[in-house]
Design a protein around this ligand. Sequence first.
Ligand SMILES: Nc1ncnc2c1ncn2[C@@H]1O[C@H](COP(=O)(O)OP(=O)(O)OP(=O)(O)O)[C@@H](O)[C@H]1O
Length: 258
Amino acid sequence: MSKNAATLRATDLWAGEGMHDVVRGVSLELTTGDAPVGIIGESGVGKSTLVRALLGLLRPSHGTVTWDGRTASKLGRRDKKVFRSRVARVSQNGLVDIDTRDTVARALTRALDTARKAGRASSRTVPELIDLAALEPRHAERKIHSLSGGEKQRLAIAAALAPRPDVLILDEPLSAVDPAMRGEVARRLATVAETEGTALLVVTHDLELVERLCPTVHVLADGEFVASGSLREVFARSEHPSVRGLAEAAPLAAQRFR
Ligand SMILES: Nc1ncnc2c1ncn2[C@@H]1O[C@H](COP(=O)(O)OP(=O)(O)OP(=O)(O)O)[C@@H](O)[C@H]1O
């Protein structure tokens, strides 16, 4: 670990939106320089709730989420801005902070400006971000609302990479991207992780994406990690009904891991 390594750490995390905890006792560590980590799980098991808690958007009912030792949900306004540039997230409907009347180039310029204001002296450029998300130069002048769903998801990835985040949480990031292009984007993300040390957390039910990117995966079921290891180990060893459920939902992918 380099002396500048940064860690996002969840310790015995319990969290939920209402009275009821849907994340139950999760511990997880994401440190710059580490290999990408995957979290897989069926629908409704608490994946998005876990992501919100990791981002400090949801206060745990028990346990902690810390960023370099400080509690993520208790950061002041200024520190929150810095935190957001260092722990970035791409969600399924990824363009929440982006004005879709803008062009791609304008949105990415804004993302770079925001990164600089948050103190990230990012030397990235718009063409570089476009390439990192496997978009093409011709997309630069397109209005965002005219992009396809998959192109919008790739734009969200490009924008999230603007500040060179330490941690990038990808919540079903490529659900609308076609399979051939998913490989392209995954390769670029792997390169970012390797060359810049960005710690990737890939939260998905796309087994092929975690197979491509993540040497370690955790299976989330009913708010808990019920199996952990490489995808192959998890499928070979775990008899948990949720693991079997994931295998049945993606039989071709699961067959390769047996
Ligand atoms: N705002 C909310 N109020 C009440 N219940 C909620 C809220 N958000 C989520 N839940 C419930 O918490 C549980 C976990 O939801 P969550 O969205 O974290 O699951 P998920 O694994 O991300 O699902 P999916 O893969 O379908 O997106 C579900 O039963 C959901 O209905």
